[in-house]
Write a protein that binds this ligand. Structure first.
Ligand SMILES: [Zn+2]
Ligand SMILES: [Zn+2]
Length: 139
């Protein structure tokens, strides 16, 4: 393979050119959409010590009305947003986008507890402790 700048996908093995249409930093495989946890803060900084495989778990749309992939690191669990590139696998993108539609909104078994706003009506249920995840911009 003769790409000037390229990497081979750890997930599907495809050789990927870093120069992708529509994005300055190709950070995921256009074929399987998997990425690698290489960047810590800014796309392209390559400062992460993790290098775990990042699974594409969803797509969303941000500002400019363009599709953005949400990757989750299979090693450390970190989530990242990555712009889609012009040659990404559209079929896979569609499947990710449609995935929630194939599932029930709320499975009956997992109904969320209603907010405890009834006063005095001794409710035995205590809300599960939910720690807000610490979000720090600077390390
Ligand atoms: Zn791949
Ligand atoms: Zn990671």
């Amino acid at each position: 393979m003769a790409f000037a700048r390229s990497f081979s996908c750890e997930h599907c093995g495809v050789e990927v050119s870093l120069d992708a249409p529509g994005t300055t930093h190709r950070n995921h495989c256009p074929s399987c959409l998997w990425s690698r946890h290489l960047d810590r803060n800014v796309p392209g900084d390559r400062k992460a010590d993790c290098s775990g495989g990042m699974e594409p778990i969803a797509v969303t749309v941000r500002g400019e009305g363009r599709w953005v992939l949400i990757h989750r690191c299979t090693n450390c669990g970190r989530l990242r947003l990555n712009k889609t590139a012009g040659d990404d696998n559209v079929l896979l993108l569609m499947r990710l986008a449609a995935l929630p539609l194939t599932m029930p909104f709320i499975p009956f078994a997992a109904e969320p507890e209603t907010e405890a706003n009834g006063n005095g009506n001794g409710n035995g249920s205590h809300p599960a402790p939910r720690k807000p995840r610490a979000r720090k911009a600077k390390a």
